[in-house]
Design a protein around this ligand. Sequence first.
Ligand SMILES: [Zn+2]
Length: 277
Amino acid sequence: MAFLKEPEPEHGVALPVVPGVRRVVARNPSQMTYHGTNTYLFEDGTGGVTVIDPGPVDARHVDAVVAAGNGRIRRILVSHTHADHVGATAMLQEATRAPTFGWHASAAASFTPDHPLEDGAAVAGLTALFTPGHAADHLCFEWRDGIVFTADHVMGWASSIVSPPGGDMRAFMASLRRMLTRPHRQYLCGHGPPVPDPHGHVRVLLAHRIRRERAIARAVTRTPGDTYTLMDRLYAKLDPVLRRAAERNVLAHLIKLEAEGLVTRDGDLWRSFTTID
Ligand SMILES: [Zn+2]
Protein backbone atom coordinates (compact mmCIF):
# COMPACT_ATOMS: atom_id res chain seq x y z
CA MET A 1 0.00 0.00 0.00
CA ALA A 2 1.16 3.54 -0.70
CA PHE A 3 1.15 5.59 2.46
CA LEU A 4 1.72 9.32 2.92
CA LYS A 5 4.83 10.23 4.84
CA GLU A 6 6.13 13.58 6.05
CA PRO A 7 9.37 14.83 7.62
CA GLU A 8 9.22 15.00 11.41
CA PRO A 9 7.33 18.22 12.22
CA GLU A 10 8.57 20.60 14.90
CA HIS A 11 7.05 19.73 18.29
CA GLY A 12 5.72 22.25 20.81
CA VAL A 13 4.58 24.90 18.30
CA ALA A 14 1.35 25.46 16.38
CA LEU A 15 1.87 24.65 12.71
CA PRO A 16 -0.59 25.83 10.03
CA VAL A 17 -2.54 23.00 8.35
CA VAL A 18 -5.31 24.69 6.33
CA PRO A 19 -6.70 28.23 6.83
CA GLY A 20 -8.37 28.27 10.26
CA VAL A 21 -6.66 25.10 11.49
CA ARG A 22 -3.29 24.62 13.21
CA ARG A 23 -1.78 21.58 14.87
CA VAL A 24 0.62 21.00 17.73
CA VAL A 25 2.34 17.63 17.35
CA ALA A 26 2.84 15.88 20.69
CA ARG A 27 6.19 14.41 21.69
CA ASN A 28 4.98 10.80 21.64
CA PRO A 29 6.50 9.45 18.43
CA SER A 30 6.50 5.67 18.05
CA GLN A 31 5.81 2.99 15.49
CA MET A 32 2.14 3.14 16.51
CA THR A 33 1.80 6.96 16.66
CA TYR A 34 4.16 8.06 13.84
CA HIS A 35 5.70 11.49 14.71
CA GLY A 36 3.21 11.91 17.57
CA THR A 37 -0.45 12.79 18.13
CA ASN A 38 -1.81 15.79 16.24
CA THR A 39 -3.65 18.17 18.57
CA TYR A 40 -5.69 20.50 16.37
CA LEU A 41 -6.62 24.10 17.13
CA PHE A 42 -9.65 25.03 15.12
CA GLU A 43 -10.90 28.64 14.72
CA ASP A 44 -14.63 28.45 15.46
CA GLY A 45 -15.46 31.57 13.42
CA THR A 46 -16.58 33.61 16.44
CA GLY A 47 -13.17 34.43 17.85
CA GLY A 48 -12.82 31.25 19.86
CA VAL A 49 -10.65 28.19 19.42
CA THR A 50 -11.81 24.58 19.62
CA VAL A 51 -9.19 21.99 20.50
CA ILE A 52 -9.61 18.59 18.89
CA ASP A 53 -7.78 15.89 20.88
CA PRO A 54 -5.68 17.20 23.77
CA GLY A 55 -3.09 14.44 23.22
CA PRO A 56 -1.11 12.29 25.64
CA VAL A 57 -0.37 13.12 29.28
CA ASP A 58 2.52 15.55 28.85
CA ALA A 59 2.65 18.92 30.62
CA ARG A 60 4.94 20.42 28.00
CA HIS A 61 2.50 19.51 25.24
CA VAL A 62 -0.41 21.01 27.19
CA ASP A 63 1.61 24.20 27.75
CA ALA A 64 2.25 24.45 24.01
CA VAL A 65 -1.45 23.98 23.21
CA VAL A 66 -2.49 26.55 25.83
CA ALA A 67 0.07 29.04 24.49
CA ALA A 68 -1.15 28.49 20.93
CA GLY A 69 -4.74 29.07 22.07
CA ASN A 70 -3.70 32.43 23.55
CA GLY A 71 -6.62 32.58 26.01
CA ARG A 72 -9.23 31.78 23.35
CA ILE A 73 -9.76 28.00 23.91
CA ARG A 74 -13.51 27.56 24.39
CA ARG A 75 -14.10 23.88 23.76
CA ILE A 76 -12.25 20.59 23.96
CA LEU A 77 -13.38 17.84 21.57
CA VAL A 78 -12.28 14.25 22.04
CA SER A 79 -12.34 11.97 18.99
CA HIS A 80 -11.95 8.76 21.02
CA THR A 81 -10.68 7.68 24.41
CA HIS A 82 -7.31 6.14 23.56
CA ALA A 83 -4.63 7.56 25.86
CA ASP A 84 -2.66 9.29 23.10
CA HIS A 85 -5.74 11.44 22.34
CA VAL A 86 -7.66 11.86 25.60
CA GLY A 87 -4.78 11.61 28.11
CA ALA A 88 -4.15 15.35 28.49
CA THR A 89 -7.83 16.31 28.68
CA ALA A 90 -7.98 16.90 32.42
CA MET A 91 -4.79 19.01 32.35
CA LEU A 92 -6.03 21.08 29.42
CA GLN A 93 -9.41 21.59 31.05
CA GLU A 94 -7.75 22.63 34.29
CA ALA A 95 -5.71 25.23 32.37
CA THR A 96 -8.55 26.57 30.20
CA ARG A 97 -11.82 25.79 32.03
CA ALA A 98 -13.21 24.83 28.62
CA PRO A 99 -15.98 22.20 28.50
CA THR A 100 -15.35 18.79 26.93
CA PHE A 101 -17.30 17.08 24.14
CA GLY A 102 -17.20 13.42 23.11
CA TRP A 103 -19.31 10.38 22.18
CA HIS A 104 -22.11 9.94 24.72
CA ALA A 105 -21.02 6.41 25.62
CA SER A 106 -17.38 6.96 26.53
CA ALA A 107 -15.32 3.75 26.43
CA ALA A 108 -12.99 4.94 29.20
CA ALA A 109 -13.98 5.20 32.85
CA SER A 110 -11.53 8.11 33.19
CA PHE A 111 -13.39 10.33 30.72
CA THR A 112 -16.99 11.51 30.71
CA PRO A 113 -17.69 14.38 28.36
CA ASP A 114 -19.37 17.49 29.79
CA HIS A 115 -21.38 17.55 26.56
CA PRO A 116 -22.23 14.04 25.31
CA LEU A 117 -22.54 13.92 21.51
CA GLU A 118 -24.87 11.87 19.33
CA ASP A 119 -24.22 10.98 15.70
CA GLY A 120 -24.87 14.10 13.62
CA ALA A 121 -24.54 16.52 16.54
CA ALA A 122 -23.37 20.03 15.66
CA VAL A 123 -20.61 21.62 17.71
CA ALA A 124 -18.61 24.78 16.93
CA GLY A 125 -19.40 24.57 13.22
CA LEU A 126 -18.44 20.88 13.07
CA THR A 127 -20.66 17.82 12.71
CA ALA A 128 -19.91 14.68 14.73
CA LEU A 129 -19.81 11.51 12.65
CA PHE A 130 -19.94 8.28 14.66
CA THR A 131 -17.28 5.97 13.22
CA PRO A 132 -16.73 3.01 15.58
CA GLY A 133 -14.18 0.33 14.75
CA HIS A 134 -10.72 1.59 15.74
CA ALA A 135 -12.37 2.47 19.06
CA ALA A 136 -15.94 1.86 20.26
CA ASP A 137 -16.47 5.59 20.87
CA HIS A 138 -14.75 7.03 17.81
CA LEU A 139 -16.00 10.24 16.22
CA CYS A 140 -14.84 12.08 13.12
CA PHE A 141 -15.69 15.78 12.88
CA GLU A 142 -16.87 17.13 9.55
CA TRP A 143 -16.22 20.76 8.67
CA ARG A 144 -17.16 22.77 5.61
CA ASP A 145 -15.75 22.25 2.11
CA GLY A 146 -15.45 18.52 2.69
CA ILE A 147 -12.70 18.89 5.30
CA VAL A 148 -12.93 16.25 8.02
CA PHE A 149 -10.99 15.62 11.22
CA THR A 150 -10.69 11.85 11.00
CA ALA A 151 -8.49 11.15 14.08
CA ASP A 152 -7.48 7.46 13.94
CA HIS A 153 -10.38 6.17 11.84
CA VAL A 154 -8.58 6.98 8.58
CA MET A 155 -4.96 8.09 8.43
CA GLY A 156 -2.63 8.62 5.53
CA TRP A 157 0.61 7.34 7.07
CA ALA A 158 -0.59 3.83 8.03
CA SER A 159 -3.67 1.65 8.31
CA SER A 160 -5.46 1.85 11.66
CA ILE A 161 -5.05 -0.84 14.27
CA VAL A 162 -8.28 -2.60 15.21
CA SER A 163 -7.67 -4.28 18.56
CA PRO A 164 -10.49 -6.23 20.25
CA PRO A 165 -12.41 -5.87 22.44
CA GLY A 166 -12.55 -2.06 21.97
CA GLY A 167 -11.68 -2.45 18.31
CA ASP A 168 -14.29 -4.11 16.11
CA MET A 169 -13.50 -5.05 12.50
CA ARG A 170 -17.11 -5.32 11.33
CA ALA A 171 -17.84 -1.85 12.71
CA PHE A 172 -14.55 -0.53 11.32
CA MET A 173 -15.26 -1.68 7.77
CA ALA A 174 -18.82 -0.34 7.97
CA SER A 175 -17.42 2.99 9.19
CA LEU A 176 -14.95 3.02 6.28
CA ARG A 177 -17.81 2.41 3.84
CA ARG A 178 -19.76 5.20 5.49
CA MET A 179 -16.95 7.63 4.63
CA LEU A 180 -17.48 6.85 0.95
CA THR A 181 -21.09 8.09 1.17
CA ARG A 182 -20.04 11.55 2.39
CA PRO A 183 -18.86 14.46 0.22
CA HIS A 184 -15.37 14.49 1.72
CA ARG A 185 -12.43 16.25 0.09
CA GLN A 186 -9.64 16.28 2.63
CA TYR A 187 -8.87 14.40 5.84
CA LEU A 188 -6.96 15.91 8.73
CA CYS A 189 -5.76 12.87 10.67
CA GLY A 190 -4.87 12.07 14.27
CA HIS A 191 -1.30 11.28 13.25
CA GLY A 192 0.69 12.32 10.20
CA PRO A 193 -0.13 14.55 7.24
CA PRO A 194 -3.52 15.32 5.65
CA VAL A 195 -5.05 12.99 3.05
CA PRO A 196 -5.87 14.93 -0.14
CA ASP A 197 -7.86 12.19 -1.96
CA PRO A 198 -10.02 10.72 0.82
CA HIS A 199 -12.34 8.48 -1.18
CA GLY A 200 -9.49 7.03 -3.24
CA HIS A 201 -7.55 6.37 -0.05
CA VAL A 202 -10.52 4.75 1.74
CA ARG A 203 -11.16 2.48 -1.25
CA VAL A 204 -7.53 1.32 -1.15
CA LEU A 205 -7.80 0.71 2.62
CA LEU A 206 -11.01 -1.28 2.22
CA ALA A 207 -9.58 -3.39 -0.62
CA HIS A 208 -6.50 -4.08 1.52
CA ARG A 209 -8.64 -5.26 4.47
CA ILE A 210 -10.78 -7.47 2.25
CA ARG A 211 -7.67 -9.07 0.71
CA ARG A 212 -6.15 -9.58 4.15
CA GLU A 213 -9.35 -11.12 5.48
CA ARG A 214 -9.53 -13.60 2.60
CA ALA A 215 -5.90 -14.55 3.21
CA ILE A 216 -6.68 -15.15 6.90
CA ALA A 217 -9.75 -17.24 6.05
CA ARG A 218 -7.71 -19.31 3.57
CA ALA A 219 -4.93 -19.83 6.12
CA VAL A 220 -7.44 -21.10 8.71
CA THR A 221 -9.05 -23.41 6.17
CA ARG A 222 -5.67 -24.91 5.25
CA THR A 223 -4.40 -25.45 8.80
CA PRO A 224 -6.17 -24.54 12.04
CA GLY A 225 -4.06 -22.45 14.37
CA ASP A 226 -4.11 -19.96 17.19
CA THR A 227 -4.11 -16.25 16.42
CA TYR A 228 -0.36 -15.83 16.86
CA THR A 229 0.49 -18.76 14.60
CA LEU A 230 -1.84 -17.49 11.88
CA MET A 231 -0.35 -13.99 12.13
CA ASP A 232 3.13 -15.50 11.98
CA ARG A 233 2.28 -17.36 8.79
CA LEU A 234 0.78 -14.29 7.13
CA TYR A 235 3.25 -11.65 8.30
CA ALA A 236 6.48 -13.65 8.21
CA LYS A 237 8.56 -10.68 7.09
CA LEU A 238 7.06 -8.10 9.41
CA ASP A 239 9.17 -5.96 11.75
CA PRO A 240 9.04 -7.64 15.21
CA VAL A 241 7.81 -4.39 16.83
CA LEU A 242 4.74 -4.40 14.62
CA ARG A 243 3.90 -8.08 15.10
CA ARG A 244 1.77 -7.49 18.17
CA ALA A 245 -0.31 -4.90 16.32
CA ALA A 246 -0.61 -7.34 13.40
CA GLU A 247 -1.78 -10.07 15.79
CA ARG A 248 -4.52 -7.75 17.11
CA ASN A 249 -5.66 -7.00 13.56
CA VAL A 250 -5.70 -10.71 12.69
CA LEU A 251 -7.74 -11.43 15.83
CA ALA A 252 -10.20 -8.67 14.86
CA HIS A 253 -10.64 -10.26 11.41
CA LEU A 254 -11.10 -13.72 12.96
CA ILE A 255 -13.81 -12.45 15.31
CA LYS A 256 -15.55 -10.88 12.31
CA LEU A 257 -15.29 -14.14 10.32
CA GLU A 258 -16.63 -16.04 13.34
CA ALA A 259 -19.64 -13.70 13.55
CA GLU A 260 -20.24 -14.32 9.85
CA GLY A 261 -20.14 -18.10 10.39
CA LEU A 262 -16.97 -18.63 8.32
CA VAL A 263 -14.63 -19.77 11.09
CA THR A 264 -15.13 -21.34 14.50
CA ARG A 265 -13.13 -21.13 17.68
CA ASP A 266 -12.09 -24.21 19.60
CA GLY A 267 -10.22 -23.02 22.70
CA ASP A 268 -7.24 -21.10 21.27
CA LEU A 269 -7.58 -22.78 17.88
CA TRP A 270 -9.35 -21.25 14.93
CA ARG A 271 -10.70 -23.61 12.30
CA SER A 272 -12.89 -23.51 9.26
CA PHE A 273 -14.92 -26.09 7.40
CA THR A 274 -15.83 -23.71 4.62
CA THR A 275 -14.01 -23.47 1.33
CA ILE A 276 -12.96 -19.91 0.72
CA ASP A 277 -11.71 -18.92 -2.72
ZN1 LIG B 1 -3.91 7.75 18.03
